[in-house]
Design a protein around this ligand. Structure first.
Ligand code: NDP
Length: 554
């Protein structure tokens, strides 16, 4: 971590050298002492230091300088670093200006030149000022900062992307953070530039696309090889497991992810039934461990990148990415999982990201502190989200169309919900409308049994109503069932046109699709078990079928 700065300014090089020498002799372990003879340079450096989220502990400046006097500089610098201590270096004859500055710029001290011996005249003063400064000093956040409106879809998308990719960031709400206002003013940003994403090197992206944020954050590296043994599409539990086994068994393996690794499981606040984790673990933690494992073993990982087509060329598979890049591979495993099912209720689309969220219980949970929130859906995802939200919200209300949760949620979660006083289950209900001004404010609920319709204030509505496969992009030669899930193995024989597509002398392998050498694993596969452990099992099994396939086409 970089040390807080003591910034010294004096146009007389000899005096500057002397003060820097004396300060370094005593403070270099705990502070970075930087200096300039040009007040102009000292002015220009402030924006950069601020954008890099550096901290200035103390300004120590000469009073008499040709371009700007010391008091004026301290006044200017106060806008950037209001908490820094301000010390003026004065000649005896400038004492009056220094005394005036005590009120004018809340000067902390004026030091009369010369300060020899420093042990007597310099260090005791500086020690006291720095001790005082340390009392209120919190080391600044080093990393990405996001400035935006709390209830904005664009801000939510950026935060969701960063959180999903396990990139730490600091959120600065433009309506409540003084630091956000300061950074906006100092950089001449306007609300049209929001959301703003600031990086450690001091640069900012205005209203960026996800791909720009990803690139700048160091994601999305270029593809390294001309031909891969296996390309895995989708980095949920199935894809990550396939990545681990592929690379560890010597295959040239590439893993491509459209948004963020972890898939649906990655957004789970607590997975309690995954083997080997008796106290449960969060989806983010599982993902973090899996990504570390997969990349350590040598799988290349590119994200965010969407695949738009797979075609067969001379026995190879050609994968076309949305940005036009093509990748050659000998086999493919599709592990694209499922996408959130959207709620088609009046107003929901208008407030998505502004109080209405899909699968975002963790990213936006702190925003619902001490408020009344609603969860739609009665499956395990909804149950976990409600448990997580109950730690922040005043009251969490689960809205389900059925009478209760018994037929849709695991018993252990129902027990936890029953034992949590600030969670209520509203059976036999559905949301009929959501309303608000620039963000969600109220939701209207219809009660089936009484036929009543009631309206309630709502800080947030979290929707967890299951998922559908994301397979529209897949070509005709890969057979899907009526709901879009990919058919594999023996099941394929039940489709009339299978015989027209499949031209091999052997039957398809267990996880093989109707296109030889293209496999499907996890939730995207028809008949999958919708369990993290099952997805992990299928991902690893798929690699053993890849070996068989590759041996046969050699
Ligand atoms: P599920 O398919 O299990 O549940 C969907 C829920 O949404 C149902 O309660 C359904 O209610 C409701 N629903 C669907 N459409 C609407 C609508 N239009 N309006 C209101 N409610 C609606 O989805 P999940 O995402 O929760 O889970 C997917 C799978 O992943 C499941 O198999 C689950 O067990 C698994 N999972 C496991 C976890 C674990 O820790 N083990 C964690 C998370 C998920 P209705 O009955 O009225 O249709």
């Amino acid at each position: 971590m970089s040390l807080p700065i003591i910034l010294c300014i004096d146009d007389d090089p000899q005096v500057l050298r002397a003060i820097v020498r004396d300060l370094k002799a005593r403070y270099r372990e705990d502070y970075r002492i930087i200096s300039t003879a040009s007040v102009k340079e000292a002015q220009d450096s402030l924006t950069e230091l601020k954008n890099r989220n550096e901290t200035i502990a103390m300004f120590l400046t000469d009073q008499r300088m040709p371009d700007m006097d010391g008091v004026s500089y301290l006044n200017y610098a106060r806008e950037y670093f209001p908490d820094a201590k301000r010390v003026l270096l004065t000649a005896y004859s400038d004492t009056e200006a220094a005394i005036r500055a005590i009120n004018q710029v809340q000067l902390d001290y004026y030091l009369v030149k010369p300060w020899d011996p420093p042990e007597e005249k310099l260090y005791p003063v500086i020690d006291e000022l720095l001790d005082d400064w340390q009392l209120n000093y919190k080391p600044p956040f080093k990393g990405i900062r996001v400035i935006g409106y709390q209830f904005s879809l664009k801000s939510h998308t950026v935060k969701d992307f960063l959180a999903g990719n396990l990139i730490p960031y600091q959120w600065l709400d433009v309506q409540s953070s003084e630091e956000a206002t300061r950074l906006m003013t100092l950089n001449n940003f306007t609300v049209k530039d929001l959301p703003l994403v600031g990086f450690e090197d001091g640069s900012w992206l205005k209203d960026p696309g996800i791909i720009d944020v990803a690139r700048k954050a160091g994601l999305n590296p270029q593809v390294k090889h001309d031909v891969y043994d296996v390309v895995i599409i989708g980095a949920g539990p199935a894809g990550l497991a396939a990545g681990v086994y592929g690379a560890s068994e010597g295959l040239k393996t590439l893993l491509i992810e459209r948004r963020a690794p972890g898939g649906q499981a990655g957004t789970s606040s607590r997975i309690e039934n995954y083997l080997g984790f008796p106290t449960g673990l969060s989806g983010a933690e599982l993902t973090r461990r899996a990504i570390a494992q997969v990349t350590r073993l040598g799988t290349e990982f590119i994200s965010p990148q969407s695949v738009s087509n797979i075609s067969q060329v001379d026995g190879y598979k050609k994968i076309l990415l949305e940005d036009g890049t093509t990748i050659n591979t000998r086999s493919v495993i599709i592990t694209t999982g499922v996408d959130y099912r959207t709620l088609d209720t009046k107003g929901v689309a208008d407030f998505t990201g502004a109080g209405v969220y899909y699968g975002a219980a963790m990213t936006e949970a702190t925003a619902c502190k001490d408020q009344q929130v609603f969860v739609v859906g009665g499956g395990n995802s909804a149950g976990q989200a409600a448990m997580y939200l109950s730690k922040f919200a005043k009251q969490v209300n689960i809205l389900v169309r059925k009478e209760d949760l018994r037929s849709t949620m695991s018993a252990y979660l129902i027990d936890q919900i029953n034992e949590t006083p600030n969670i209520a289950v509203w059976g036999n209900t559905e949301v009929t409308e959501v309303t608000g001004s620039d963000r969600l404010e109220n939701i209207t609920v219809h009660h089936f049994q009484t036929d009543e319709t009631t309206t309630h204030p709502a800080a947030a509505l979290y929707i967890f109503i299951g998922a559908k496969p994301f397979t529209d992009w897949i070509s005709e030669s890969i057979i899907r069932d009526g709901k879009g899930f990919i058919a594999t193995g023996n099941e394929l024989k039940g489709y009339d046109h299978f015989g027209n597509i499949w031209k091999q002398t052997r039957d398809p392998y267990l996880l093989e699709t109707s296109c030889p050498g293209v496999f499907a694993a996890g939730d995207v596969r028809a008949g999958s078990m919708n369990r993290v452990a099952a997805a992990v099992g299928e991902g690893s099994m798929a690699i053993s079928f890849v070996h068989k396939y590759l041996a046969e086409v050699k």
